[in-house]
Design a protein around this ligand. Structure first.
Ligand SMILES: *[C@@H]1O[C@H](CO)[C@@H](O)[C@H](O)[C@H]1NC(C)=O
Ligand SMILES: *[C@@H]1O[C@H](CO)[C@@H](O)[C@H](O)[C@H]1NC(C)=O
Length: 455
């Protein structure tokens, strides 16, 4: 024990030397390019504030999220004070976030990074990450149009006695944007505090890629493409085209927690969505987005992530979908096999991933090229929004369901392996949960029926 304490003390001393607080890859970029996009991480994280807000009682969710934001802002103001005063004396652009208690500096010089790293409250300065949308694979348009909606029995769920198609729920996505004028999506966009674009602050939703229009179509599109067409949707453009900067994903993390007008003002936490669908990611065992999903969990926003298109080898689950704090989604085929591209578990942490699976091969949905345009594409990106849509049906039935209750209800499914899937992490794909399908391919009818009977 004494030895451990001694080691910890020595490490503490080492960490306070500024050079050791500057991440090696950032140092390399600074040496070769002179400037870099840097992220300042403080010793004081957000978990104490989140824990304290979770232990308080509130009259409603809006009040809870407002308190969460107020207390995180107070924390940020105190911890970030010295860094911000250094930055204000320099001619640099920076963004300070309460959601993660981090500061993002654009074109930081080595001298500036050294000055920041020398502050005792700074834990680390590292390079800003860039992640990507789970790049879709062009599908085969010959298949039965909306097979995924049929496969998970969404329409049967809507028609259950006590069933619903998502009314009263607000769904959200962080993606490439949405073509909000699309015939499948124009009637249920929540235009008030429903859109934020950290890149160019566009006033209304746009999508230059198609990916974000497609995923939102699967969550909440009308005309047969969406699982929860009765829900309202909002979205944040975390990904400019196919790449998503860590800075924008932090800005979107704040918008999802406490939505604002498109110009970034007028925050109203009572307008927070109930679920957030995320079809992007990269790397493994990389927990950089955990502060944001922890805040969402405290705000009763269910985080759903694509597991990644890095299959078919075992141990290919991508971050943030491999985090214990989120529902990670794998992709199935029309025959209920696992799609060859679908990332498999276990996670680097040893956790079983994906958590569940959903249709992800040859999925037809809305496209960004026209108000009546559709496209058929494949990826875990396409599976994830099926689970976000089902989450909306469950929360429409009972808005008081906790994250754990939602996750439990998603297990009521009929997914069965066809026999040729891999065994990963020691659990064969015929036993559930496993590292190929998780708890299996979702079944909206079975899950909603369980919610109706059980709550
Ligand atoms: C931001 O947008 C809202 C809604 O359009 C508007 O009412 C408000 O005046 C704008 N605020 C600023 C600071 O531009
Ligand atoms: C949800 O909780 C609120 C406040 O406790 C309660 O008034 C309401 O009836 C609950 N709704 C359901 C569907 O259980």
């Amino acid at each position: 024990m004494i030895r451990q304490l001694l080691v910890a003390a020595l490490v503490g001393v080492a960490l306070s030397a500024p050079s050791n607080k500057i991440d090696e890859s950032l140092a390399r970029t600074l040496q070769t390019k002179g400037v870099a996009s840097a992220v300042v991480i403080f010793n004081q994280g957000t978990s104490d504030v989140i824990r304290s807000v979770n232990s308080m009682r509130f009259e409603n969710r809006g009040q809870k999220i407002t308190t969460l934001k107020t207390n995180l802002e107070a924390l940020a103001k105190t911890t970030q004070k010295n860094v911000v005063s250094i930055l204000n004396t320099k001619n640099v652009k920076y963004d300070a976030y309460w959601i993660s208690n981090q500061v993002f500096v654009k074109e930081a010089s080595y001298d500036l990074v050294k000055a920041i790293a020398a502050l005792p409250e700074v834990a680390e300065v590292r390079e800003e990450k860039i992640v990507y949308i789970e790049e879709p694979i062009q599908g085969d348009a010959e298949i039965n149009a909306e097979w995924g909606i049929e496969k998970i029995q969404a329409e049967a769920a809507w028609a259950l006695p006590g069933g619903n198609n998502g009314q009263g729920v607000v769904v959200s996505s962080i993606d490439t944007g949405v073509r909000a004028t699309h015939e499948s999506l124009r009637n249920n966009f929540r235009s008030s505090k429903g859109w934020f674009d950290p890149y160019t602050r566009t006033a209304t939703p746009t999508d230059n890629n198609g990916h974000g229009t497609h995923t939102m179509g699967t969550i909440a599109g009308s005309g047969g493409i969406g699982v929860a067409p009765g829900a309202q949707w909002i979205s944040c453009r975390g990904c400019s085209t196919s790449s998503c900067t860590e800075n924008a994903l932090n800005a979107c993390g704040e918008f999802i927690t406490c939505p604002t007008d498109a110009n970034g003002s007028g925050a109203d936490c009572s307008q927070a969505p109930n679920v957030c669908s995320n079809s992007w990611g990269g790397g493994q065992g990389d927990n950089w987005y955990n502060p944001i999903v922890s805040a969402w969990r405290a705000a009763d926003i269910v985080p759903v992530f694509a597991q990644g298109n890095s299959g078919p080898s075992c141990g290919t689950a991508n971050s943030p979908g491999d985090s214990d704090l989120v529902i990670g989604v794998g992709a199935t085929t029309a025959n209920d096999g696992i799609a060859s591209f679908s990332s498999l578990g276990p996670a680097l942490s040893g956790a079983i991933k994906p958590d569940v699976s959903a249709p992800g091969q040859n999925v037809r949905s809305a496209w960004h090229t026209g108000d009546s345009a559709f496209n058929t594409i494949s990826g875990t990106s396409m599976a994830c929004p099926h689970v976000a849509g089902l989450t909306a049906l469950l929360l429409s039935r009972n808005p008081n369901l906790t994250y754990d209750q939602v996750r439990d209800l998603l297990k009521d499914n009929t997914a069965r392996d066809l026999g040729n899937a891999a065994t990963c992490g020691g659990t064969p794909p015929t036993e559930f949960p496993n590292n190929v399908f998780g708890f299996g391919r979702i079944d909206a009818r079975a899950s909603l029926a369980a919610a109706i009977n059980g709550f």
